[in-house]
Design a binder for this molecule. Structure first.
Ligand code: 13P
Length: 255
């Protein structure tokens, strides 16, 4: 049985001040939370402050992206080691906004995932089809390509340790979440490919979470699906009450 995994992707929202205020308030609300993994992914500038604010609590911290090199002349980039030093235990890799707006490819996702694991950061690897791809019935083929290329060369043990976020691009920020049937089908497919390509243990242990317009009022119908292990939440994670409610409902649904 996989522990529910609920992560907040704040994207380019919140100053250091706002992020730390959120983290302190949120920490107080979820202080007794057991049986759930909770992660906050603030902008880089707020990472250290948020990590300090949630130290010794059930809440962990993630970067939203990273470069695959350890250091070098890469203006504007941040390495896995730097994220780790700032207090991150996780890093989001290959979010669809980065793929679409910043030319991220399956090949760069793979290099980043390898580098993150090498630095003992847990990757949250994002995959998912666009609306055009879904309408052309290419969803499962797109997921296959993203999994195969993005996780290329990883061992079964490494895949067992990581998090895959299925985020259909058409459901992100649109208020239109995937139906339980759509999410269930995609998640079951991802799980079966993990089993086929990385082995039974990897498939059983890897967290496959859903992202795209997750809210307090739709988390239950998604988290009860057998292959949905949690959520990557954008908009609704910016509000302490809404995000805490999503965490609470995930825990209730899991028992
Ligand atoms: P929304 O929850 O705002 O749709 O964003 C989802 C997302 O992109 C999380 O990474």
């Amino acid at each position: 049985m996989r522990t529910p995994f609920i992560a907040a992707n704040w994207k380019m929202f919140k100053t250091v001040h706002d992020a730390v205020v959120f983290a302190k308030e949120f920490r107080a609300v979820v202080k007794e939370a057991t049986g759930v993994e909770i992660v906050l992914a603030p902008p880089f500038t707020a990472l250290h402050g948020v990590a300090e604010a949630v130290r010794n609590s059930p809440v962990a911290v993630a970067g939203q992206d990273m470069h695959w090199e350890r250091e070098g002349a890469f203006t504007g980039e941040i390495s896995a080691g730097m994220l780790k030093e700032a207090g991150a235990e996780f890093v989001i890799i290959g979010h669809s906004e980065r793929r679409r707006l910043f030319n991220e490819t399956d090949a760069t996702v793979n290099r980043k995932a390898v580098a993150a694991l090498g630095a003992e950061l847990t990757p949250i690897v994002c995959i998912g089809e666009t609306l055009e791809e879904r309408e052309r019935s290419e969803t499962l083929a797109v997921l296959d390509r993203q999994i195969k290329a993005g996780l290329d060369g990883l061992t079964g043990d490494q895949v067992a340790s990581l998090v895959i976020a299925y985020e259909p691009v058409w459901a992100i920020g649109t208020g239109r979440n995937a139906t339980p049937q759509q999410a269930g089908e995609a998640h079951a497919h991802i799980r079966s490919r993990l089993r086929q390509w990385f082995g039974a243990a990897a498939a059983d242990q890897c967290h496959v979470i859903y992202g795209g317009s997750v809210k307090p009022d739709n988390i239950h119908e998604l988290i009860v699906l057998p292959d949905v292990d949690g959520a990557l939440v954008g908009g609704a994670s910016l509000d302490v009450r809404a995000f805490a409610e999503i965490v609470a409902r995930s825990r209730q649904s899991a028992v």
